[in-house]
Design a protein around this ligand. Structure first.
Ligand code: HEM
Ligand SMILES: *[C@@H]1O[C@H](CO)[C@@H](O)[C@H](O)[C@H]1NC(C)=O
Ligand SMILES: *[C@@H]1O[C@H](CO)[C@@H](O)[C@H](O)[C@H]1NC(C)=O
Ligand SMILES: CC(=O)N[C@H]1CO[C@H](CO)[C@@H](O)[C@@H]1O
Length: 334
Protein backbone atom coordinates (compact mmCIF):
# COMPACT_ATOMS: atom_id res chain seq x y z
CA UNK A 1 0.00 0.00 0.00
CA UNK A 2 2.73 2.46 0.85
CA UNK A 3 4.42 1.64 -2.44
CA UNK A 4 1.23 2.53 -4.35
CA UNK A 5 0.99 5.91 -2.65
CA UNK A 6 4.61 6.77 -3.28
CA UNK A 7 4.48 5.81 -6.95
CA UNK A 8 1.11 7.45 -7.58
CA UNK A 9 1.54 10.66 -5.64
CA UNK A 10 4.29 12.35 -7.64
CA UNK A 11 2.50 12.11 -11.04
CA UNK A 12 -0.77 13.21 -9.45
CA UNK A 13 0.95 16.14 -7.76
CA UNK A 14 2.64 17.07 -11.00
CA UNK A 15 -0.68 16.96 -12.80
CA UNK A 16 -2.40 19.15 -10.21
CA UNK A 17 0.48 21.63 -10.24
CA UNK A 18 0.38 21.93 -14.02
CA UNK A 19 -3.38 22.45 -14.04
CA UNK A 20 -3.78 24.73 -11.04
CA UNK A 21 -0.75 27.00 -11.14
CA UNK A 22 -0.64 30.02 -13.45
CA UNK A 23 1.67 29.61 -16.43
CA UNK A 24 5.37 30.17 -15.79
CA UNK A 25 6.15 33.84 -16.18
CA UNK A 26 8.50 33.24 -19.11
CA UNK A 27 5.63 31.80 -21.12
CA UNK A 28 4.32 35.38 -21.18
CA UNK A 29 7.29 36.33 -23.33
CA UNK A 30 6.91 36.24 -27.11
CA UNK A 31 9.37 36.44 -29.99
CA UNK A 32 7.43 39.21 -31.74
CA UNK A 33 6.66 41.29 -28.63
CA UNK A 34 7.66 44.60 -30.28
CA UNK A 35 6.35 43.82 -33.79
CA UNK A 36 3.49 46.34 -33.50
CA UNK A 37 4.75 48.74 -30.82
CA UNK A 38 8.32 49.14 -32.06
CA UNK A 39 8.72 47.58 -35.49
CA UNK A 40 12.28 48.89 -35.89
CA UNK A 41 13.44 47.21 -32.65
CA UNK A 42 15.52 44.53 -34.40
CA UNK A 43 17.09 46.95 -36.89
CA UNK A 44 18.02 49.45 -34.21
CA UNK A 45 19.49 46.75 -31.99
CA UNK A 46 21.47 45.26 -34.86
CA UNK A 47 22.91 48.62 -35.96
CA UNK A 48 23.80 50.11 -32.58
CA UNK A 49 25.34 46.89 -31.27
CA UNK A 50 27.36 46.21 -34.43
CA UNK A 51 28.65 49.77 -34.46
CA UNK A 52 29.75 49.55 -30.83
CA UNK A 53 31.50 46.21 -31.38
CA UNK A 54 33.27 47.57 -34.49
CA UNK A 55 34.72 50.54 -32.67
CA UNK A 56 35.36 48.66 -29.39
CA UNK A 57 36.06 44.95 -29.95
CA UNK A 58 36.10 44.18 -26.21
CA UNK A 59 32.37 44.93 -26.11
CA UNK A 60 31.12 41.39 -26.78
CA UNK A 61 32.85 39.86 -23.77
CA UNK A 62 31.95 42.84 -21.59
CA UNK A 63 28.24 42.58 -22.38
CA UNK A 64 28.12 38.78 -22.07
CA UNK A 65 29.58 39.00 -18.57
CA UNK A 66 27.24 41.83 -17.56
CA UNK A 67 24.28 39.79 -18.80
CA UNK A 68 25.31 36.73 -16.77
CA UNK A 69 25.80 38.81 -13.61
CA UNK A 70 22.49 40.62 -14.11
CA UNK A 71 20.57 37.36 -14.58
CA UNK A 72 22.05 35.71 -11.49
CA UNK A 73 21.11 38.62 -9.21
CA UNK A 74 17.30 39.15 -9.12
CA UNK A 75 16.89 37.53 -12.56
CA UNK A 76 17.37 39.01 -16.04
CA UNK A 77 15.78 42.35 -15.17
CA UNK A 78 18.51 44.96 -15.75
CA UNK A 79 18.84 45.41 -11.97
CA UNK A 80 22.63 45.48 -12.35
CA UNK A 81 22.37 48.59 -14.54
CA UNK A 82 20.99 50.82 -11.80
CA UNK A 83 23.58 53.39 -10.70
CA UNK A 84 24.17 54.06 -7.04
CA UNK A 85 22.94 57.21 -5.36
CA UNK A 86 24.50 58.76 -2.26
CA UNK A 87 21.81 57.07 -0.17
CA UNK A 88 21.56 53.71 -1.86
CA UNK A 89 24.22 51.19 -2.81
CA UNK A 90 23.07 49.18 -5.83
CA UNK A 91 24.22 45.95 -7.51
CA UNK A 92 26.88 47.93 -9.35
CA UNK A 93 28.84 48.71 -6.19
CA UNK A 94 30.15 45.46 -4.67
CA UNK A 95 33.69 44.48 -5.72
CA UNK A 96 32.36 41.51 -7.74
CA UNK A 97 30.64 43.99 -10.08
CA UNK A 98 32.91 47.00 -9.76
CA UNK A 99 35.12 45.87 -12.64
CA UNK A 100 32.24 45.22 -15.06
CA UNK A 101 33.48 47.21 -18.06
CA UNK A 102 31.94 50.60 -18.78
CA UNK A 103 31.58 49.58 -22.43
CA UNK A 104 28.99 46.98 -21.45
CA UNK A 105 26.77 49.61 -19.83
CA UNK A 106 27.44 52.03 -22.68
CA UNK A 107 26.16 49.47 -25.21
CA UNK A 108 22.80 49.28 -23.46
CA UNK A 109 22.60 53.08 -23.03
CA UNK A 110 23.25 53.65 -26.75
CA UNK A 111 20.55 51.19 -27.81
CA UNK A 112 18.11 52.62 -25.26
CA UNK A 113 18.74 56.17 -26.50
CA UNK A 114 18.11 55.17 -30.12
CA UNK A 115 14.99 53.19 -29.17
CA UNK A 116 13.54 56.00 -27.03
CA UNK A 117 13.71 58.32 -30.07
CA UNK A 118 11.88 55.76 -32.21
CA UNK A 119 9.34 54.38 -29.72
CA UNK A 120 9.44 56.07 -26.31
CA UNK A 121 8.76 54.06 -23.14
CA UNK A 122 8.19 50.78 -24.98
CA UNK A 123 11.37 48.71 -24.84
CA UNK A 124 12.75 47.48 -21.51
CA UNK A 125 16.43 47.66 -20.61
CA UNK A 126 16.26 43.95 -19.72
CA UNK A 127 15.21 43.08 -23.28
CA UNK A 128 17.90 45.37 -24.69
CA UNK A 129 20.60 43.61 -22.62
CA UNK A 130 19.36 40.13 -23.61
CA UNK A 131 19.25 40.96 -27.33
CA UNK A 132 22.56 42.89 -27.30
CA UNK A 133 24.21 39.81 -25.76
CA UNK A 134 22.67 37.52 -28.39
CA UNK A 135 23.78 39.80 -31.25
CA UNK A 136 27.31 40.16 -29.89
CA UNK A 137 27.84 36.41 -29.38
CA UNK A 138 26.96 35.93 -33.06
CA UNK A 139 29.17 38.85 -34.15
CA UNK A 140 32.28 37.22 -32.63
CA UNK A 141 31.58 33.85 -34.22
CA UNK A 142 29.20 32.17 -31.77
CA UNK A 143 25.89 30.48 -32.47
CA UNK A 144 22.66 32.29 -33.30
CA UNK A 145 19.68 31.83 -31.01
CA UNK A 146 16.28 33.36 -30.43
CA UNK A 147 15.47 35.59 -27.47
CA UNK A 148 11.83 35.78 -26.34
CA UNK A 149 10.83 39.34 -25.41
CA UNK A 150 8.64 41.23 -22.97
CA UNK A 151 10.81 41.25 -19.83
CA UNK A 152 10.15 44.14 -17.50
CA UNK A 153 12.89 46.05 -15.70
CA UNK A 154 13.30 45.26 -12.03
CA UNK A 155 12.28 47.65 -9.27
CA UNK A 156 14.98 46.49 -6.86
CA UNK A 157 18.75 46.81 -7.10
CA UNK A 158 20.52 46.27 -3.83
CA UNK A 159 24.23 45.78 -3.17
CA UNK A 160 23.58 43.11 -0.55
CA UNK A 161 22.08 40.74 -3.15
CA UNK A 162 25.29 40.45 -5.19
CA UNK A 163 27.71 38.46 -3.05
CA UNK A 164 25.43 35.44 -2.36
CA UNK A 165 24.39 35.19 -6.02
CA UNK A 166 27.70 35.28 -7.84
CA UNK A 167 30.65 32.94 -8.11
CA UNK A 168 34.33 33.34 -7.36
CA UNK A 169 37.16 31.68 -9.29
CA UNK A 170 38.50 30.16 -6.07
CA UNK A 171 35.35 28.09 -5.49
CA UNK A 172 35.76 24.31 -5.83
CA UNK A 173 33.78 22.42 -8.49
CA UNK A 174 31.30 21.05 -5.94
CA UNK A 175 30.32 24.54 -4.84
CA UNK A 176 29.98 25.76 -8.42
CA UNK A 177 27.83 22.75 -9.32
CA UNK A 178 25.61 23.31 -6.28
CA UNK A 179 25.20 26.97 -7.25
CA UNK A 180 23.93 26.16 -10.75
CA UNK A 181 21.86 23.11 -9.83
CA UNK A 182 20.03 25.03 -7.12
CA UNK A 183 19.11 27.57 -9.81
CA UNK A 184 17.67 24.96 -12.15
CA UNK A 185 20.66 24.40 -14.44
CA UNK A 186 22.08 20.93 -15.06
CA UNK A 187 25.77 20.12 -14.74
CA UNK A 188 26.01 19.97 -18.53
CA UNK A 189 24.30 23.35 -18.89
CA UNK A 190 26.78 24.74 -16.35
CA UNK A 191 29.79 23.47 -18.32
CA UNK A 192 28.17 24.91 -21.45
CA UNK A 193 27.69 28.35 -19.89
CA UNK A 194 31.29 28.34 -18.70
CA UNK A 195 32.22 28.34 -22.40
CA UNK A 196 31.48 32.07 -22.26
CA UNK A 197 35.11 32.32 -21.14
CA UNK A 198 36.14 31.61 -24.74
CA UNK A 199 36.25 35.41 -25.09
CA UNK A 200 37.38 38.30 -22.94
CA UNK A 201 39.99 38.71 -20.25
CA UNK A 202 40.62 38.53 -16.52
CA UNK A 203 42.69 40.80 -14.32
CA UNK A 204 45.88 39.30 -12.85
CA UNK A 205 44.50 39.65 -9.30
CA UNK A 206 41.89 36.97 -10.14
CA UNK A 207 44.50 34.25 -10.75
CA UNK A 208 47.85 35.59 -9.46
CA UNK A 209 47.72 33.28 -6.42
CA UNK A 210 47.95 30.37 -8.89
CA UNK A 211 51.29 31.75 -10.07
CA UNK A 212 53.16 32.96 -7.01
CA UNK A 213 51.57 31.76 -3.79
CA UNK A 214 49.68 28.60 -4.53
CA UNK A 215 50.55 26.28 -1.66
CA UNK A 216 53.28 25.48 0.83
CA UNK A 217 54.61 22.71 -1.39
CA UNK A 218 54.22 24.42 -4.76
CA UNK A 219 54.29 28.19 -5.45
CA UNK A 220 52.59 27.54 -8.81
CA UNK A 221 49.33 25.64 -9.27
CA UNK A 222 50.36 22.22 -10.64
CA UNK A 223 47.19 22.14 -12.76
CA UNK A 224 48.69 24.95 -14.88
CA UNK A 225 50.68 24.05 -17.96
CA UNK A 226 54.27 25.04 -16.91
CA UNK A 227 55.03 27.11 -20.02
CA UNK A 228 51.72 28.90 -19.72
CA UNK A 229 52.45 29.58 -16.05
CA UNK A 230 55.84 31.13 -16.97
CA UNK A 231 54.15 33.37 -19.55
CA UNK A 232 51.50 34.49 -17.08
CA UNK A 233 54.13 35.22 -14.41
CA UNK A 234 55.90 37.61 -16.79
CA UNK A 235 52.64 39.18 -17.91
CA UNK A 236 51.53 39.80 -14.34
CA UNK A 237 54.88 40.66 -12.76
CA UNK A 238 53.85 44.28 -12.07
CA UNK A 239 50.20 43.73 -11.32
CA UNK A 240 50.35 45.02 -7.75
CA UNK A 241 51.62 48.35 -9.09
CA UNK A 242 49.37 48.28 -12.14
CA UNK A 243 46.08 46.58 -11.19
CA UNK A 244 44.78 46.84 -14.78
CA UNK A 245 47.21 44.10 -15.93
CA UNK A 246 45.20 41.24 -17.37
CA UNK A 247 45.31 38.11 -19.55
CA UNK A 248 43.00 36.65 -22.17
CA UNK A 249 40.60 34.00 -20.89
CA UNK A 250 41.26 31.91 -24.01
CA UNK A 251 44.99 32.24 -24.71
CA UNK A 252 44.74 30.63 -28.18
CA UNK A 253 41.83 32.46 -29.85
CA UNK A 254 40.99 35.29 -27.43
CA UNK A 255 38.55 37.26 -29.59
CA UNK A 256 36.74 34.38 -31.27
CA UNK A 257 33.75 32.56 -29.88
CA UNK A 258 34.69 28.90 -30.44
CA UNK A 259 35.31 25.62 -28.58
CA UNK A 260 39.04 26.21 -28.09
CA UNK A 261 38.32 27.16 -24.46
CA UNK A 262 37.55 23.48 -23.78
CA UNK A 263 40.61 22.26 -25.71
CA UNK A 264 42.69 24.62 -23.56
CA UNK A 265 41.36 23.10 -20.35
CA UNK A 266 42.62 19.68 -21.44
CA UNK A 267 46.13 21.16 -21.82
CA UNK A 268 46.28 23.03 -18.51
CA UNK A 269 45.58 26.34 -20.25
CA UNK A 270 42.58 27.32 -18.15
CA UNK A 271 43.16 30.82 -16.77
CA UNK A 272 40.91 30.78 -13.71
CA UNK A 273 41.03 27.94 -11.21
CA UNK A 274 37.25 27.56 -11.69
CA UNK A 275 37.82 27.00 -15.42
CA UNK A 276 40.55 24.42 -14.85
CA UNK A 277 38.36 22.64 -12.28
CA UNK A 278 35.85 21.77 -15.03
CA UNK A 279 38.43 19.52 -16.69
CA UNK A 280 39.41 17.79 -13.45
CA UNK A 281 36.07 17.00 -11.81
CA UNK A 282 34.58 13.66 -12.88
CA UNK A 283 31.07 15.17 -13.14
CA UNK A 284 32.09 17.94 -15.55
CA UNK A 285 35.01 16.37 -17.42
CA UNK A 286 32.88 14.34 -19.90
CA UNK A 287 31.24 17.54 -21.15
CA UNK A 288 34.58 19.33 -21.46
CA UNK A 289 35.78 16.40 -23.57
CA UNK A 290 32.63 16.41 -25.70
CA UNK A 291 32.80 20.15 -26.43
CA UNK A 292 36.58 20.09 -27.03
CA UNK A 293 36.03 17.49 -29.77
CA UNK A 294 32.78 18.77 -31.23
CA UNK A 295 32.13 22.47 -31.70
CA UNK A 296 28.68 21.81 -33.14
CA UNK A 297 27.68 20.06 -29.93
CA UNK A 298 28.94 23.08 -27.93
CA UNK A 299 27.20 25.63 -30.17
CA UNK A 300 23.88 23.78 -30.14
CA UNK A 301 23.98 23.49 -26.35
CA UNK A 302 25.17 27.08 -25.85
CA UNK A 303 22.34 28.48 -27.98
CA UNK A 304 19.82 26.49 -25.96
CA UNK A 305 21.21 27.39 -22.53
CA UNK A 306 21.51 31.09 -23.38
CA UNK A 307 17.86 31.19 -24.34
CA UNK A 308 17.09 29.46 -21.04
CA UNK A 309 19.32 31.84 -19.07
CA UNK A 310 17.58 34.80 -20.73
CA UNK A 311 14.28 33.82 -19.11
CA UNK A 312 15.76 33.21 -15.65
CA UNK A 313 13.51 34.80 -12.98
CA UNK A 314 12.31 37.47 -15.37
CA UNK A 315 9.77 40.09 -14.29
CA UNK A 316 6.51 40.53 -16.15
CA UNK A 317 3.36 42.60 -15.53
CA UNK A 318 3.33 44.62 -12.32
CA UNK A 319 6.52 42.98 -10.99
CA UNK A 320 8.46 45.42 -13.12
CA UNK A 321 8.37 48.49 -15.33
CA UNK A 322 9.82 49.84 -18.56
CA UNK A 323 12.48 52.20 -17.29
CA UNK A 324 12.83 55.66 -18.83
CA UNK A 325 16.58 55.42 -18.27
CA UNK A 326 18.46 52.18 -17.82
CA UNK A 327 20.55 53.51 -14.94
CA UNK A 328 17.66 54.41 -12.67
CA UNK A 329 14.28 53.03 -11.71
CA UNK A 330 11.34 55.31 -12.60
CA UNK A 331 10.56 55.97 -8.96
CA UNK A 332 13.86 56.96 -7.45
CA UNK A 333 14.97 54.48 -4.86
CA UNK A 334 16.53 55.73 -1.65
C1 HEM B 1 32.19 29.63 -11.95
C2 HEM B 1 31.63 30.56 -12.70
C3 HEM B 1 32.32 31.84 -13.09
C4 HEM B 1 33.32 32.51 -12.45
C5 HEM B 1 34.01 32.17 -11.14
C6 HEM B 1 33.65 33.64 -13.28
C7 HEM B 1 34.62 34.57 -12.97
C8 HEM B 1 35.09 35.53 -13.84
C9 HEM B 1 36.17 36.43 -13.55
C10 HEM B 1 36.94 36.50 -12.23
C11 HEM B 1 36.37 37.18 -14.65
C12 HEM B 1 37.41 38.28 -14.82
C13 HEM B 1 36.84 39.63 -14.46
C14 HEM B 1 37.87 40.70 -14.51
O1 HEM B 1 39.00 40.46 -14.11
O2 HEM B 1 37.54 41.82 -14.95
C15 HEM B 1 35.42 36.76 -15.64
C16 HEM B 1 35.32 37.29 -16.90
C17 HEM B 1 34.33 36.93 -17.80
N1 HEM B 1 33.28 36.09 -17.56
FE1 HEM B 1 33.08 34.84 -16.00
N2 HEM B 1 32.86 33.63 -14.39
C18 HEM B 1 32.02 32.55 -14.32
C19 HEM B 1 31.04 32.21 -15.22
C20 HEM B 1 30.75 32.91 -16.36
C21 HEM B 1 29.63 32.65 -17.23
C22 HEM B 1 28.59 31.56 -17.02
C23 HEM B 1 29.70 33.55 -18.25
C24 HEM B 1 28.79 33.75 -19.42
C25 HEM B 1 28.09 32.84 -20.03
C26 HEM B 1 30.88 34.36 -18.02
C27 HEM B 1 31.34 35.34 -18.86
C28 HEM B 1 32.51 36.04 -18.69
C29 HEM B 1 33.12 36.87 -19.72
C30 HEM B 1 32.60 37.05 -21.14
C31 HEM B 1 34.26 37.44 -19.16
C32 HEM B 1 35.21 38.43 -19.82
C33 HEM B 1 34.76 39.83 -19.51
C34 HEM B 1 35.55 40.87 -20.27
O3 HEM B 1 36.44 40.56 -21.05
O4 HEM B 1 35.23 42.07 -20.11
N3 HEM B 1 31.47 33.96 -16.85
N4 HEM B 1 34.64 35.75 -15.11
C1 LIG C 1 57.44 45.51 -15.18
O1 LIG C 1 58.20 46.59 -14.72
C2 LIG C 1 59.57 46.55 -15.08
C3 LIG C 1 60.30 47.71 -14.40
O2 LIG C 1 59.60 48.91 -14.56
C4 LIG C 1 59.69 46.61 -16.61
O3 LIG C 1 61.03 46.50 -17.02
C5 LIG C 1 58.86 45.44 -17.21
O4 LIG C 1 58.87 45.51 -18.61
C6 LIG C 1 57.45 45.46 -16.69
N1 LIG C 1 56.77 44.26 -17.17
C7 LIG C 1 55.61 44.26 -17.80
C8 LIG C 1 55.02 42.96 -18.23
O5 LIG C 1 54.98 45.28 -18.05
C1 LIG D 1 28.77 16.61 -33.02
O1 LIG D 1 27.61 17.02 -32.33
C2 LIG D 1 26.48 17.14 -33.17
C3 LIG D 1 25.37 17.80 -32.36
O2 LIG D 1 25.16 17.17 -31.14
C4 LIG D 1 26.11 15.76 -33.71
O3 LIG D 1 24.98 15.85 -34.54
C5 LIG D 1 27.30 15.22 -34.50
O4 LIG D 1 27.04 13.91 -34.90
C6 LIG D 1 28.57 15.26 -33.65
N1 LIG D 1 29.74 14.95 -34.49
C7 LIG D 1 30.63 14.02 -34.19
C8 LIG D 1 31.76 13.86 -35.14
O5 LIG D 1 30.54 13.33 -33.17
C1 LIG E 1 49.65 36.97 0.24
C2 LIG E 1 51.03 36.47 0.05
O1 LIG E 1 51.44 35.53 0.67
N1 LIG E 1 51.77 37.12 -0.83
C3 LIG E 1 53.12 36.76 -1.15
C4 LIG E 1 53.17 36.02 -2.46
O2 LIG E 1 54.49 35.82 -2.91
C5 LIG E 1 55.22 37.02 -3.09
C6 LIG E 1 56.54 36.74 -3.72
O3 LIG E 1 56.73 35.39 -3.98
C7 LIG E 1 55.33 37.73 -1.74
O4 LIG E 1 56.04 38.95 -1.91
C8 LIG E 1 53.95 38.02 -1.22
O5 LIG E 1 54.04 38.59 0.07
Amino acid sequence: MTSTTTTLLPPLLLFLLTVLLPPLSHSQLTYDYYAKTCPKFDDIMRDTVAQKQNTTPTTAAAVLRLFFHDCMVEGCDASTLVAASPLHRTERDPSLNLDLPGDAFDTVVRAKTALELECPDIVSCADILAVATRNLVALVGGPAYRVPLGRKDGLVSDASRVEPNLLKPTMPASQIIAFFVSRGFTVQEMVTLMGGHTIGFSHCREFSYRLYNFSRTSPTDPALNPKYAEGLKKLCENYTKDPTMSAFNDVMTPGKFDNVYYQNLEKGLGLLASDQAMAADQRTKPFVELYARNETAFFTAFARVMEKLSTYKIKTGKDGEVRHRCDQTNTVNI
